[in-house]
Design a protein around this ligand. Sequence first.
Ligand SMILES: C[S@@+](CC[C@H](N)C(=O)[O-])C[C@H]1O[C@@H](n2cnc3c(N)ncnc32)[C@H](O)[C@@H]1O
Length: 270
Amino acid sequence: MIKRITELLIQFLEIDISSYEESFIEKSINKKMDDARCDSLEDYFELLKISANERSILIDSLKNSYSEFFRNPLSFSVLERIVLPQLVAKLKNKSHGELRIWSAACASGQEVYSLAMLLEEMRSVSAEHFSYRIFATDKSEEQISKAQAGFYTGNDLNNVTMRRIKRWFTKQGENYSVIPELKQNIHYSVFDLFDENLSAPPASIFGDFDIVLCANILFYYRGGHKDMILKKVRNSLSVEGILLTGESERDILLSAGFREVYPQSAIFRG
Ligand SMILES: C[S@@+](CC[C@H](N)C(=O)[O-])C[C@H]1O[C@@H](n2cnc3c(N)ncnc32)[C@H](O)[C@@H]1O
């Protein structure tokens, strides 16, 4: 039945989910089936056939663009206290003198702005002058537009301290906008990690990133597709570059031979 639902989605919505892990598809369908109060997959199948709204709800959950600011607090804390200071100290030996970062599945921008806040705050107290550039990419044009707009609800900012909200956002009615200062070192573009012709965002020219964030995307792809993403990411890292993934993806990285830099941190070296 799951297979028939998958075929129905492909037929109606021309979305290719053939690269997705079956367990991920199954989990998403079961969740939406419960939300729709359907007792059986057969009932849910019939509902999907007649309801464009339900199909769109299911597709949105399969596209899975959920994100949060400072999503994995341990990772961001290790970045702030250990990784970023070390990388900045090593910048002196680099010819371009700039920290190069790629957020490879940035969704609507939360992880990009979380990192930009840390870097800007470091810059304001650091004795060393340093510059940075973040290439924020996602395969979804809609998500990139949202990231670029930097417009969030109060709930979206639940993990952001009041001090940071005051410093980095302006309030607009009930919502919040990222201030232009936080956007000035970020370059946004659409980029599909499965694009065979491109190894890194063209705007970055040569990859060679000090940090790549590739979080909460690996878990929903099948083995071969996971490998393709990991190969691309590994090749784009500088010699001592750092890869940050999602907490639930640590095992995938460990099995692929990446070394975790700090235990349980989801921060790896290739
Ligand atoms: C669950 S969100 C993760 C957002 C953020 N990295 C985080 O950890 O909160 C997954 C994102 O991956 C993007 N994505 C999925 N497949 C992709 C691909 N092949 N290339 C680039 N982005 C992709 C989706 O559009 C979605 O915005």
